[in-house]
Design a binder for this molecule. Sequence first.
Ligand SMILES: [Zn+2]
Length: 108
Amino acid sequence: MSKPIYCDKCKKEIRVREDLVTATMVIEVVPYHEACYAKDLKGAKTFFLDNQPINGFSGNVGIFFVMILAFFWLLFADGASKAASLLALIPIGYRLYSYLTYERHVEK
Ligand SMILES: [Zn+2]
């Protein structure tokens, strides 16, 4: 079930989970080596690359569950906009996608 994950910048395989950074670029989730991500952040892609890694500080489990709670709260709260609850789903979707597509294939 394991498949190699290749860094979007240097095209080399990412072997350890600690070295894997996933980030959104426009609407796509891309995998990076930690060092390569830092380089791209300072490079020409800055404008397109989200400076918050999905699986890093802002993408930790706590935030993930807060987003889920926010989603259900918005969904069931009286008069709350359903559109707002859908917006809360976007980061959850990215987080799940990042995990399923990249993180679970890279050894811890
Ligand atoms: Zn790399």
